[in-house]
Write a protein that binds this ligand. Structure first.
Ligand SMILES: Cc1cc2nc3c(=O)[nH]c(=O)nc-3n(C[C@H](O)[C@H](O)[C@H](O)COP(=O)(O)OP(=O)(O)OC[C@H]3O[C@@H](n4cnc5c(N)ncnc54)[C@H](O)[C@@H]3O)c2cc1C
Length: 402
């Protein structure tokens, strides 16, 4: 299949690189175009469910991912006002692994995950990767596509995959939609070296402190060398902001009155990076002819289920399987791919919004949350997430629609 023009992938984030790898492994020539001058990911953590590890197995990356992964003992939710433990799921237990077909729960530095994908792509002779190439738009013609870049150049290909994230240009052209929905929630992120975390505040778990209109998540990274912090709060600042510096004073105000474990951790950090969190309502169709979308470009979600990147990796593997079984009939493969993906990713988008409300509950709703989520004897709490962590079955030729 390598003698046909390459598949063009726009965006070299986790989704774009996973797609380049999965497609090259299918024998397809791919060319990926990233607008940044160099491939990189921000210095923060990412949680990986058993569903992502199922995909790493397909991509042959499990061993490399495990080299950098940290396996937390538990996912813990605490009430940031009273300090009571609301929820504790033993994701590091043998029972958890057994329940999810042997696949683990892990956290990883984004840079490490991105590098594993990048290096795997670089080992594929069919994958060509470019940086400093800002996509501007594309045209489709009878037997291919032509992508235009801001430097004035055009590149021809068989088909085009927009993996260009939340503010996707590809999506704007395909679906003609307005800007993403600003949620009114802001995230501040920081990473601390282990020796800067007070010993009594260090936890091996993923811990979420749920407060009124706020929450703080922390967990170790890089096999315990680093400590990842994400502080989220409601705000009426609606301007677009992405990876800019945050104001520690604003954070102190928003988390005022919460448990000392929370406020002491926030005080350790001088430099925060700020994200204005956005998503979109789910859509049923995100492909047209020889063009499709993947990852945040297709189904941007709030991060409250920690699944946006997990979904992008699943997208990549499903897309490759669809192309395998349609002999690279791109329009047909893309329709089949979005059909396989839209309800699952829609569920993540909608449930993530709901989780945000649960995390940030106040007053009686907060008390009700704590009561409803309280551990039930004999119930390890695995089944609530089974629809997600059980992962996906890859499409086979037998279920190819006519
Ligand atoms: C605070 C926070 C915490 C999160 N935690 C988790 C988590 O624990 N687990 C999880 O699974 N997900 C998490 N997510 C979500 C996750 O980060 C995203 O879903 C994921 O990174 C999406 O990957 P992507 O490749 O689709 O998009 P992106 O990572 O946005 O990559 C898009 C790429 O396209 C490039 N690009 C953009 N425009 C152009 C253009 N015109 N031309 C060329 N290139 C272009 C960009 O430079 C970028 O490299 C979190 C998100 C946030 C904000």
């Amino acid at each position: 299949m390598t003698d046909r023009p390459p598949l063009l992938i726009i965006g070299g984030g986790i989704g774009g690189l996973a797609a380049a790898l999965a497609l090259a492994r299918e024998g397809l020539a791919v060319e990926l175009f990233e607008s940044a001058p160099a491939f990189s990911e921000i210095g923060a953590g990412i949680q990986l469910g058993p569903n992502a590890f199922r995909m790493f197995e397909v991509l042959g990356l499990t061993e490399e991912i495990e080299r950098y992964a940290w396996h937390p003992g538990h996912l813990v939710m605490k009430d940031a006002v009273t300090g009571e433990q609301v929820l504790r799921i033993a994701v590091g237990s043998p029972a958890f692994r057994q329940r999810f077909a042997g696949y683990p729960y892990a956290v990883i530095h984004r840079g490490d995950l991105h590098r594993v994908l990048l290096e795997a792509c670089r080992r594929e002779s069919r994958a060509r990767l470019h940086t400093g190439r800002k996509f501007a738009g594309f045209e489709e013609h009878a037997d291919g596509v032509s992508a235009r870049f801001e430097d004035g150049a055009s590149v021809g290909g068989s088909a085009l995959i927009g993996a260009d994230g939340l503010w996707s240009k590809t999506r704007a052209q395909l679906l003609g939609e307005a800007a993403p929905r600003v949620s009114g929630h802001i995230a501040y992120r920081a990473v601390l070296p282990r020796d800067q975390v007070p010993a009594d505040l260090w936890r091996d778990d993923v811990v979420l402190w749920a407060g009124p209109r706020t929450h703080l998540v922390h967990y170790p990274l890089r096999r315990g060398k680093l400590f990842n912090l994400v502080a989220v709060f409601h705000s009426d600042r609606y301007e677009e902001g992405w990876d800019v510096y945050g104001d520690p004073e604003e954070l102190r105000r928003k988390f005022h009155g919460e448990r000392p474990e929370v406020t002491r951790l926030l005080e350790r950090i001088e430099t925060w990076r700020m994200w204005v969190l956005c998503d979109r309502d789910p859509v049923r169709l995100w492909s047209r002819g020889r063009a499709t979308l993947l990852g945040d470009a297709a189904h941007p979600t709030l991060q409250y289920m920690a699944q946006g990147a997990n979904m992008a990796i699943e997208d990549a593997v499903v897309l490759a399987a669809c192309l395998r079984h349609t002999a690279a009939d791109f329009a047909r493969a893309f329709r089949w791919y979005e059909d396989q993906r839209y309800l699952r990713t829609a569920r993540v988008q909608m449930t993530s919004r709901f989780y945000g409300d649960i995390y940030h509950a106040a007053g009686v709703v907060r008390e009700l949350r704590n009561q409803l989520l309280a551990p039930k004897p004999g119930n390890p709490g695995f089944e609530g997430m089974a629809w997600l962590y059980d992962g996906i079955t890859l499409p086979t030729r037998e279920c190819l629609p006519p």
